[in-house]
Design a protein around this ligand. Structure first.
Ligand code: ZN
Ligand code: ZN
Length: 163
């Protein structure tokens, strides 16, 4: 059994349209590699930071993202290797374990489809589009009574009641 703690720079961006981990971002890996009868079992976690755009308020934000890994890499010639397809169980090739596809897939699934800068992001004002998170508290617009508004539309602007 071996423990591996490594930090590597991500070679290429992982992610979706609205959120992803940019190329060059550091991946902190904390993994255990265990020799089992059929191969090497890799378990542990990988941590990084994603950059996204909030679907509610459209602000850019950064958020931590962590995945856990549990993956068997089969020895060439082992029963597991002989009885499974290559896309079912990973293989050890030339005595190397290629974690990149495992990590890429796991981060792809861990990233939210609807990223938000905060769980309670208040979004944008539906009237004027200001970000409610930075608007003064109680931000609102005078809503005219609809009948009054229809009348106001008919008046020349200088005779309209102040909103
Ligand atoms: Zn937001
Ligand atoms: Zn507003």
């Amino acid at each position: 059994m071996r423990e591996e703690r490594r930090s590597v720079a991500l070679p290429a961006r992982i992610g979706l349209d609205m959120i992803g981990i940019p190329a060059g971002e550091v991946l902190d890996m904390d993994l255990r590699l265990e020799a089992v009868s059929e191969g090497v079992l890799v378990t542990g976690s990988v941590h990084s930071e994603a950059t996204g755009e909030c679907v509610r308020c459209l602000e850019d934000f950064r958020d931590e993202v962590e995945i856990s890994v549990t993956e068997l890499f089969a020895y060439p010639g082992s029963a597991t290797s002989e009885t499974t397809d290559e896309d079912e169980v990973h293989r050890i090739e030339d005595e190397l374990i290629d974690l990149e596809p495992v990590i890429t897939d796991a981060f792809g699934l861990a990233l939210p489809l609807q990223p938000m800068c905060a769980d309670d992001c208040p979004g944008l004002c539906s009237e004027c589009g200001v970000r409610l998170a930075i608007a003064e508290s109680g931000h609102s617009h005078e809503i005219l009574d609809p009948r009054w508004a229809a009348l106001a539309d008919k008046l020349p602007s200088n005779e309209r009641p102040e909103a």
